[in-house]
Write a protein that binds this ligand. Structure first.
Ligand SMILES: [Mn+2]
Length: 303
């Protein structure tokens, strides 16, 4: 049995890609596969699962000795426990290639598109496999989420084409569905400061050390104005507890495409010349961690 799994702090794409890839493996490769998750789903993902009528995947444990198929990541720092002793049989991903290695040849589909589900949509088409309504809803939800309704610079024509076709199969009005989804995505009501930091937190190795960069998406900065001090305190705590050189949180306003980066830790001084205030810098026209914030941070931190 192949365990299909996305990254830690799973976002919608990690959950939906795992569910859909498991079904694709059964249909296209005649392989036994089951979707797993590295954590509970967000309210945004729950909204999509409900529309699709699909249950959330079970939580994965240690995968040592298991066959594993990775979706939406290839970094060991985002992997389930035991991955280095597991057999990675395949990958579907749209991030930069990470640091995993394999013993055997594997089937890898890594495309520079806006969402792992866009690759899966094309794999269904390539293998002439019919896409069911639940699968279409899952893939559409992930594409709208990952591309922030096609506004992110990571979005490509392949994502738009896939979304259009999937909306048709799902019988959903694309604009209406995207509006609903963004409203759920940017609703932070009732979320603790800890869960805001954890929501989409990614760990990166850098100069033999570790740092984390999280991201939350909002419709207006007013939503977080009174939480900034608490968020900064939480980032400081992460540095101390997890031995990080930097803990950062991208607070991205999807209405204006502006990101405020909050950050704490020893390496904060490397960002000092860009700071707007202590531990805050503003990134204009920045929505994507993968394509904009993280490449920029790597350059600045290295210099
Ligand atoms: Mn993704």
């Amino acid at each position: 049995m192949i365990k299909v799994v996305g990254h830690t702090n799973p976002d919608t794409d990690s959950i939906c890609s795992a569910l859909v890839a498991a079904e694709w493996l059964k249909a296209a490769r005649d392989m036994e596969a089951v979707a797993m998750a590295q954590g509970e789903v967000t309210s945004e993902t729950a909204f999509i699962l409900k529309e699709a009528g699909v249950e959330a995947p079970a939580i994965v444990g240690n995968v040592a000795g298991e066959k594993v198929w990775l979706v939406d990541f290839t970094d060991l720092s985002q992997a389930p426990e035991g991955l280095s002793e597991a057999e990675i049989v395949g990958i579907v991903d749209h991030h930069r290639l990470g640091d995993i290695t394999t013993v055997n040849p594997l089937e890898a589909w890594i495309w520079p598109v806006g969402c792992s589900c866009t690759i899966l949509f094309n794999l269904f088409r390539m293998e002439n496999i019919e896409i069911t309504r639940p699968q279409a809803v899952l893939m559409l939800g992930a594409i709208v989420s990952d591309t922030v309704a096609f506004r992110s610079p990571t979005c490509t024509d392949k994502d738009r084409t896939a979304a259009k076709a999937l909306a048709e199969i799902a019988g959903l009005d694309l604009c209406e569905f995207a509006d609903q989804l963004l409203r759920v995505k940017t609703n932070l009501d009732g979320l603790s400061v800890t869960s805001l930091v954890d929501r989409d937190l990614k760990k990166y190795p850098f100069e033999e050390e570790s740092l984390v960069v999280g991201q939350i998406e909002i419709a207006s900065f007013e939503q977080v104005e009174d939480k900034i001090d608490e968020l900064q305190a939480e980032l400081t705590k992460r540095c101390a507890e997890d031995g990080l050189k930097l803990a950062a949180l991208m607070v991205t306003n999807i209405s204006t495409s502006t990101t405020r980066l909050l950050y704490q830790g020893e390496w904060s001084e490397r960002l000092a010349e860009h700071a707007q205030a202590a531990g805050v810098l503003v990134m204009e026209d920045t929505m994507s961690r993968k394509k904009q914030a993280w490449p920029w941070l790597q350059t600045v931190l290295a210099s």
